[in-house]
Design a binder for this molecule. Sequence first.
Ligand code: SAH
Length: 378
Amino acid sequence: MTPLARRLRDRIQADGPVTVADFMATALGDPEHGYYMHRDPLGRAGDFTTAPEIGQVFGEMIGLWAAAAWQAMGAPDPVRLVELGPGRGTLMADALRAARALPAFADAVRVHLVETSPALRASQKAALAAHDPTWHGTFAELPEGPAIILANEFFDALPVHQYERHGADWRERLVGLAEGGEALCFVTGPVVDPGAIAAIPAPSGAVLESCPAGRALAGDIGARIARAGGVALIVDYGPDRRAPGESLQAVRDHAARGPLAEPGEADLTAHVDFQTLAGAARAAGAGVQGPVPQGAWLRRIGIETRAGVLLRKANARQAKDILAALHRLTAPDQMGALFKTMAITAPDLPPLAGFEPDAETDAETAPETVQNADPRPA
Ligand code: SAH
């Protein structure tokens, strides 16, 4: 049993089962034993690999996109370049290097990072020392003003509730204790009001997830941007339309684990419900562009051209890495289709790069399903 599993067991013995969201928030964010608090989980030696860790071209494309978005915003100076959950700081470092192509943008940028993990703050400090970033514990702490906000694989770490369909009812799924009172297990909780969980049609036996923390944050981002100007770019995995299914999953050492097996020692994520995030941002007065599949979006903003430039300066081994990264980031069976990009914008902004209407990807497609398979390549 992990220290956090013991603590959860004691809490459940005393007070009864907890929600899945409560379990997830504790497993990831407990100040003492939470997964993100004391480790760097990223990369080959860690538990999972994210797009910026696959190759520099990902962060560079986002930096160029941000520079173009800044121009579309009317080139405010200063502008806050904000990242939510910056991991090792790799995306921000690559983005800022590419942004030097537009010196006026690079000069206007003030870097702000929203990060709870002391371990990852230390990595970010090392990667971004030259840019003198300011750290914040929550989005609400950011100072006012026009902002370009980036969030890659951030929303998938926000806690989800799970609901089970039993006949005509929806019941919350909870985390309780198995017979014997030791091991954590899922138990079925009380009936909930379908309106309160924004239930959608689903057969008996189905599971539905909802992420009130993500919805609230998208609303806060939308309100801020509608008020002070700016854009937010959300990149994450999940279906473009809300769908039933369970996606809560644990990953450790690049392999799937039972979601309740190792709280505090394994990463926990859930698919992001882009439709609900978009609705919350719009309700707060902002515009929304996308979601667009990551592969199509990266191609539209010129990733192949950029990779071509890198290839010209590369030796044989580097060339192999660049082509492998391009494939992992864009191929539909890698990160190109399940991952999406979506922008929350000031209401008057025109379509931003990569979000122009496009016949190929905007065609009606069958709704995607939600499932707990790890979308991240090993
Ligand atoms: N964006 C990075 C890291 C993704 S991992 C990349 O793509 O490589 C998720 C990141 O979000 C980590 O930096 C983690 O510490 C941070 N994080 C998770 N939950 C958070 C929360 N509630 N508030 C702030 N940061 C959080």
